[in-house]
Design a protein around this ligand. Structure first.
Ligand SMILES: Nc1ncnc2c1ncn2[C@@H]1O[C@H](COP(=O)(O)OP(=O)(O)O)[C@@H](O)[C@H]1O
Ligand SMILES: [Mg+2]
Length: 212
């Protein structure tokens, strides 16, 4: 059986990751694919417990290194127990965030050494990468306003400073530039329809499937 494809959606707060994931999954299913929808941090019961440590509580509760390690602990569970088995069984997996978020948030956002994160990634994932990463890009102000309208208060990351989120955006854009074969950068400041069409086009072309 052919291995399934692994697609990740990345981008800052309020970029539209969850919205577009919910639209992409049924479209792939309509094309005859078996699709697993998942998210990070989380995706397994244990990783969802770790998620609570990361998204709840005071903004300054963790050292950046601790935060990165918690994300990778959750990711290890997610990859080993959900993502790899699904791909091996021929299913397609779409994840709301994955490893690029750790590089963008803990690396670019918190200023952790990027080589250290790369070593951690190699240690935990051994070169495992998505087949396609869709990076939704939009001004920080727009994204945070969308996120705030969606839910009052906002989680621990949403409460971090505007300059932090500006560095995260810069990080995602740098990742897209550095890995153009794996990543596609999409202007998410446009209306929902335009963004959705851009995502479907990217998936269809990059992964050579018919999504009509
Ligand atoms: N292109 C868009 N134009 C207008 N509103 C949008 C757009 N994309 C997302 N939204 C809205 O913004 C909010 C945040 O979107 P969401 O998908 O939850 O973002 P994320 O998961 O990336 O944080 C939601 O209320 C969503 O309906
Ligand atoms: Mg979301």
């Amino acid at each position: 059986m052919a291995r399934g494809k692994f697609i990740t959606l990345e981008g800052g707060e309020g970029a539209g990751k969850s919205t577009h994931l919910a639209a992409l999954a049924p479209r792939l299913r309509a094309a005859g694919l078996e699709v697993v929808v998942t998210r990070e941090p989380g995706g397994t019961p244990g990783a969802e417990e770790i998620r609570r440590l990361l998204v709840e509580g005071p903004v300054a509760r963790w050292e950046p290194e601790t935060e990165a390690l918690l994300h990778y602990a959750a990711r290890m569970e997610h990859v080993a127990k959900v993502i790899r088995p699904a791909l091996a069984a021929g299913r397609w997996v779409i994840s709301d965030r994955f490893a690029d978020s750790t590089l963008a948030y803990q690396g670019y956002g918190h200023g952790l050494d990027r080589a250290w994160i790369a070593r951690l990634d190699a240690l935990m994932l051994g070169g495992f990468r998505p087949d396609l990463t869709v990076i939704l890009d939009l001004p920080v102000k727009t994204g945070l306003a969308r996120a705030a309208a969606r839910r009052k208060g906002g989680n621990r990351y949403e409460q971090m400073a505007r300059v932090f989120h500006a560095r995260v955006r810069k990080g995602f854009r740098a990742i897209a530039r550095r890995e153009p074969k794996r990543c596609v950068l999409i202007d998410a400041s446009r209306d929902l329809d335009a963004v959705r069409r851009a995502i479907f086009n990217a998936v269809a072309h990059r992964l050579r499937i018919d999504l009509e």
